[in-house]
Ligand binder design. Structure first.
Ligand code: GLA
Length: 777
């Protein structure tokens, strides 16, 4: 067995391991790229000699090697390492393990370690390390996949042979010196997903974990470590995520020696596993990335990785059809006539796909009943799905459909005829979520049933898009064959089995994932679904925050955002149509979710113009490089942008949030464009509602008009304030790439309590501006 250093490299990062004199696999360094010529001995751990209560590994009187001071790739208990283990086994001789490297090298990832857990595609190199536990004789393999351009290392553990009971198998363990790091992570709940926290790592154990069933809206499985000084564009930043859609646990432990131990993987609570003969246990892959370019640096790595190595190639770079979803337009209350009216109107607005959401199958007039059987409700839709999809085709549109295949209602045949398929404990009344029950995807029969059920419907009409929903957390965990201790893992692998089968049968379909919004927004599900409905909160102000926080780890191309009605159904907030458009447009799955038959003439006109813009610029949203940007001093302002690969087009969205009237010199946030190019910068003319001005109108009108009366209401539906007074605020500039990079361009002033002119941006609460930056010929 070869001792010495292992240098795993990506374009800009190095990960240096060493098989040390004791046979342990040490991590000497993870960070910016080092040269192969580097004398790696300088990286060696020299702090191994603390005596006192330290445990000396070898037990030799003249030895000082103590595992508590070693940065380990596999962390176990019982030989002097008193931090949290990444691998815990219970075997004939107890709980103590001691893994020694027996082989390592580059090679080919083997088929032995294959189930439906997604493996990121097109890696540049594969490295493996085989280790044996001297005590239990368990053999494990660490798989490392290197993604050079993405600067990502993916790692997992495969337990190849063991008679022990596996109690914890994290996908990776990383020990490193704590250089004043903060942890950046997210928390949330239904309709309030993805709230960010950045906090100092204090001594003790920090954990984000879930046991909800899906990866969940409680915490997204990604987190970052940021140096104290690290900002958007500078400073050290580490990023971590897991390619898995089930319950996970990530721990960061800071000990008294200022060392960090980070591990991430399937949640070990409720987990244990005894391998059968010839069985292996495979953890999901976790990913690690590093950048010296701050938060945007790690985001770029993550985004590149997801676009090139996670999502299906069918839609990775492709613009998506503009859609209309009927959920917030009708909820369950529709019939064929209503749907046709929506399709009709949509087809005149430049909308390209109609999505029939929940409520199209029998007994589905509310969320108490109907799930589990996709027999069409002929009362609502006498000509069936085929009739509707043909109608959409005739109108030049595609047709998409909503499903919730993992769930059944109590009135379903499945619930009655196959109680053993439903997740419930014999003799215990099962708890419900949204009045429904979950099927046990761990069972092969259930997987086959779902595949068949969905396949039949997909073949029954001309369907080109699927929204796959999942609207409850799991409870009453129980499964046949006593496999309780791997329930979540088996469920998740079962889900992937189903999705593998359906993706191979219907590769051309556009698949959207949804779990009451973002209750399953992770890299596992993104290995199958092309985009995800971010949240059941469609309010643009909330969404701008959610999208920009998600964008720390996921590209805009995988997020879905819709323009919905005002007042918004979740927040009762009134947000201008332009802001609603801006927000939804800056996400890959762009569309509308409101009753388009009730639009005012002004709204219809605006929407048509917006859709034309989408066709011109969506490519940049999907394929561009994302940047979160700095924007002025107002604390609720947010800005982010995308730049095309050729640096010839860019978009910048500035959202005001809760506006403050501060007459501040506004600069266009700096974006790294091409120094040699000249760019046209322009924003859409604003479309302020006349009613916004309320009683102020009477200050300028020659005759008194009731500011909420019939005349104003009539005008308001037809014209914007700017059109009415023929004062369209049209910002257009010609600027060099250098000036844009330097953040030199001064924008028009914003409304600050008094005075309007044709250079005043009518900024108010929840307005936003979208700048289009195109290379000038
Ligand atoms: C969930 C989804 C919504 C909608 C409804 C339908 O809440 O997140 O978008 O599809 O289900 O019941």
């Amino acid at each position: 067995m070869e001792k010495g250093y292992i240098h795993l490299k990506t374009k800009n990062t190095s990960y240096v391991l060493k098989v040390n004199d004791y046979g342990h696999l040490e991590n000497l360094y993870y960070g910016a790229l080092l040269s192969d010529k580097e004398d790696f001995s300088v990286l060696e751990n020299k702090q191994q000699n603390m005596l006192g209560t330290s445990t000396i590994y070898s037990g030799e009187p003249d030895d000082k090697y103590s595992l508590d001071f070693v940065n380990l790739e596999i962390a176990t208990i019982g030989k002097g390492d008193y931090r949290k283990p990444s691998l815990l086994l219970e075997h004939d001789l107890g709980f103590v393990s001691d893994f020694i490297v027996i082989e390592h090298g580059y090679g080919k990832i083997d088929d032995l370690a294959k189930n439906s857990l997604p493996i990121p595609q097109n890696f540049d190199h594969y490295y493996y390390v085989l280790l044996e536990d001297k005590i239990s004789k368990t053999i494990i393999k660490l798989d490392y996949l290197l993604f050079a351009s993405a600067n990502v290392i993916a790692r997992r553990v495969v337990v190849i042979k063991s008679t022990a009971k596996l109690l914890k198998v994290a996908s990776f363990n990383l020990d490193m010196v704590n250089n004043h790091y903060d942890v950046y992570y997210t928390f949330g709940a239904w309709a309030n997903e993805i709230r960010p926290v950045r906090t100092k790592i204090n001594p003790g154990i920090f954990e984000i974990s879930t046991l909800a069933g899906p990866s969940s809206n409680r915490h997204n499985p990604f987190f970052l470590l940021l140096g104290k000084e690290t900002g958007l564009d500078f400073g050290k930043a580490y990023g971590f995520n897991l390619i898995y859609s089930g319950p996970f646990k990530a721990t960061i432990e800071r000990n008294a020696y200022n060392n960090l131990r980070i591990n991430h993987g399937i949640n070990d609570e409720t987990f244990s596993k005894v391998l059968k003969e010839d069985e292996v246990f495979i953890t999901p892959f976790a990913i690690l990335t590093f950048s010296e370019m701050g938060e945007n640096g790690v985001s770029h790595n993550f985004h590149h990785f997801i676009k090139h190595h996670i999502v299906r190639k069918e839609y990775a770079t492709k613009a998506r059809p503009i859609l209309l979803n009927n959920w917030e337009a009708t909820y369950f209350d529709f019939n064929e006539q209503k749907i046709k009216a929506l399709i009709n109107k949509a087809s005149t607005l430049g909308i390209e796909l109609f999505v029939l959401d929940d409520g199209w199958f029998k007994n589905r007039n509310n969320d108490y009943t109907g799930l589990g059987n996709y027999e069409i409700d002929n009362k609502k839709l006498p000509h069936g799905l085929k009739g509707l999809s043909n109608y959409a085709r005739k109108k030049g549109m595609k047709f998409g459909l909503w499903f919730e295949p993992e769930m059944v209602s109590k009135d379903s045949e499945i619930f009655k005829n196959h109680p053993e398929w439903v997740i419930q404990i014999p003799g215990v009344t099962p708890s419900t979520g949204r009045f429904q029950y979950a099927l046990n995807l761990a069972l092969k029969e259930v997987q086959d049933f779902i595949i068949q059920n969905v396949t039949e419907t997909l073949k029954s009409a001309d369907i080109s898009y699927v929204k796959w929903d999942y609207n409850r957390n799991l409870s009453d965990f129980y499964t046949l064959n006593n496999a309780f201790s791997t329930f979540f893992y088996d469920y998740t692998v079962g889900l992937y089995n189903i999705l593998n089968a359906l993706m191979s049968a219907f590769p051309a379909l556009l698949w959207e994932g949804c779990a009451s919004g973002g209750n399953r927004f992770d890299l596992g599900i993104l290995s199958f679904f092309d985009q995800i409905w971010v949240s059941d909160c469609s309010d643009a102000y909330e969404r701008i925050r959610m999208h920009s926080v998600l964008a720390k780890a996921y590209p805009l191309s995988v997020m879905s955002g819709h323009v919905s009605a005002i007042p918004n159904h979740q927040m009762l907030r009134h947000i201008p149509l332009q802001t609603r458009f801006h927000n939804a447009f800056m996400s890959g799955g762009f569309g509308y979710e409101l009753d388009v038959t009730r639009l005012t003439p002004k709204e219809s006109k605006e929407i048509k113009e917006y859709n034309a813009i989408v066709k011109l610029f969506q490519n940049v949203v999907i394929n561009g490089q994302y940047y979160e940007l700095h924007s002025g001093s107002q604390k609720d302002k947010k800005a982010y942008g995308v730049i095309s690969e050729e640096l010839d087009t860019a978009l910048i969205l500035i959202s005001n949030g809760i506006y403050q009237t501060l007459p501040e010199i506004n600069k266009l946030p700096a974006l790294p464009l091409n120094d040699e190019y000249i760019y046209n910068v322009t924003a859409l003319s604003q479309a302020t509602d006349i009613k916004t001005f309320g009683s102020l109108l009477n200050m300028v009108l020659p005759k008194f008009i009731k500011h909420d009366g019939a005349i104003i209401n009539y005008l308001n539906k037809r014209k914007s304030a700017e059109e009415l007074v023929k004062m369209p605020v049209l910002e257009t500039f010609k600027v060099s790439g250098k000036a844009l990079k330097g953040g030199a361009l001064t924008l028009y002033p914003e409304w600050s309590a008094t005075g309007v002119s044709e250079t005043t941006r009518m900024s108010q609460d929840f307005t936003s501006i979208l700048y289009f930056i195109t290379k000038s010929d």
